[in-house]
Ligand binder design. Structure first.
Ligand SMILES: NC(=O)c1ccc[n+]([C@@H]2O[C@H](COP(=O)([O-])OP(=O)(O)OC[C@H]3O[C@@H](n4cnc5c(N)ncnc54)[C@H](OP(=O)(O)O)[C@@H]3O)[C@@H](O)[C@H]2O)c1
Length: 385
């Protein structure tokens, strides 16, 4: 397994020269992983020192446009392009100044022209792992996106082997693999993502829950409980009870009430033991999370809200609000809203609410942030803010 950073052939940006040229130039310009990390950290520190006082409260602020090191187009291959997350990403790539979508894969739509992408004519192909490996070897693609169901992407990743191309996986398959960067830019060191060629995009519920729990972690008194409700696009396009519109009409469907994969993901990445209880609702897109959080000391709602505001100062995709946010307001938007902060009369229990659009910040927008960081563009480039 290639490590998340070992295959990088760039200094901050990726393939600013055409592939053949970058291969020739590699021995001269290539820096060691240590050098690249030091350079990324230097860029990161110089960017943070330029930030305003308010941003100093955020230990992991956005790198900012000035850190972008690439203004050349990158060629993108999207596997699983017919699905909900693939389509949401296509919309974003269509409006990105530097992303050049060249290959889209679907078994069902093989041979049909891709709709909704206006930069060039692209036709769906049914690409096997061997096809992907061949295109990559021929230097046709800089970045592969896997938008496949869980458990399906491994043969594609294995076929790409030690390739220096960036791979961003939207499925859960590499979220527990420490040789991949876990691509949640607001929570983890952005320079690490920027230096990686193997990035797993966190799950939709997990993104909302991790961002809603991370600021209060040091004040956790016991295991939190996370009640989640998702629109039915969260279940993908393959028919199941969770996207059966007739079953969901006037209804709420509890499922995977213990041991949901996102429960493991949240606990793994925060080092806690939370309980996650998911439900599916009749709307199409958008997630609501209500988190019950026991505290290890007495706190006020105002203290807690301030902690969140400080932690996310300068973040363009995380909004801290006073009231509990509503799912209708986050649909088709690109960030996460966190609010509520209701403290009970003991002062030792807070209820926090978060909303997220599962197809945007829960999948495609976050994937684009990761692509931007790994390919050397500004993190928010192409994201409608
Ligand atoms: N939906 C969400 O809200 C959401 C949010 C975050 C993460 N995710 C994750 O993102 C991934 C994609 O989710 P989605 O909702 O976009 O799924 P989806 O709508 O069901 O789409 C799945 C895509 O994969 C292709 N596919 C299915 N089985 C395949 C196979 N065996 N080999 C090759 N291609 C195959 C399908 O196209 P063809 O059948 O035409 O080949 C389709 O393009 C999943 O791993 C999911 O867990 C989803």
């Amino acid at each position: 397994m290639i490590s998340a950073t070992a295959g990088a052939m760039r200094l901050g940006g990726r393939r600013v020269a055409p592939r053949a040229a970058s291969i020739v130039a590699a021995p001269v310009t290539r820096a060691s992983v240590g050098q690249r990390t030091a350079m990324a950290q230097a860029r990161y520190l110089s960017s943070t020192s330029r930030l305003s006082y308010a941003l100093n409260t955020n230990p992991n602020p956005p790198l900012g446009k000035k850190n972008a090191s690439n203004d050349a187009p990158s060629r993108i291959g999207l596997i699983g392009a017919r699905g909900y997350t693939g389509q949401a990403l296509i919309d974003l790539l269509n409006n990105h100044p530097n992303m050049d979508l060249q290959h889209v894969s679907s078994r069902e739509l093989d041979g049909q022209e891709l709709k909704g992408y206006t930069k060039r004519k692209v036709v769906y192909e049914n690409l096997s792992p061997e096809d992907v490996a061949r295109l990559d070897k021929d230097g046709k693609v800089d970045c592969w996106i896997m938008a496949l169901p869980n458990g399906v992407c491994k043969p594609y990743v294995q076929a790409l082997g030690q390739s220096s191309s960036v791979i961003v996986d939207i499925s859960a398959d590499y979220r527990f693999d420490n040789s991949w960067a876990y691509g949640l830019p607001e929570m983890l060191a952005r320079p690490k993502i920027a230096q990686s060629t193997r990035i797993s995009t966190p799950g939709c519920y997990s993104t909302g829950a991790l961002l809603a729990l991370n600021p209060i972690l040091e004040h956790l008194g016991a295991s939190p409980t996370i009640f989640g409700v998702s629109g039915y696009s969260g279940a993908g396009t393959k028919p199941s009870p969770r996207n059966d519109v007739a079953l969901l009409h006037d209804n709420l469907l509890p499922y995977s009430l213990t041991g949901h994969m996102h429960e493991r993901e949240i606990n793994h990445h925060l080092g806690i033991s939370s309980a996650f209880i998911p439900h599916c609702a009749s709307w199409f897109r958008g997630i609501h999370l209500t988190l019950n959080v026991p505290l290890n000391k007495t706190m006020t709602s105002r203290d807690i809200r301030q902690i969140y505001q400080d932690r996310y100062a300068g973040e363009k995709l995380v909004k801290v609000v006073g009231e509990a946010p509503l799912v209708r307001a986050i649909q088709n938007k690109h960030g996460v809203e966190i609010g509520g902060f209701a403290v009970d009369k003991t002062g030792q229990r807070v209820v926090v609410c978060a909303t997220i659009d599962n197809l945007n910040k829960g999948a495609a927008t976050q994937c684009l942030q990761n692509m931007n960081l790994a390919l050397g563009y500004g993190e928010y480039q192409g994201v409608p803010l």
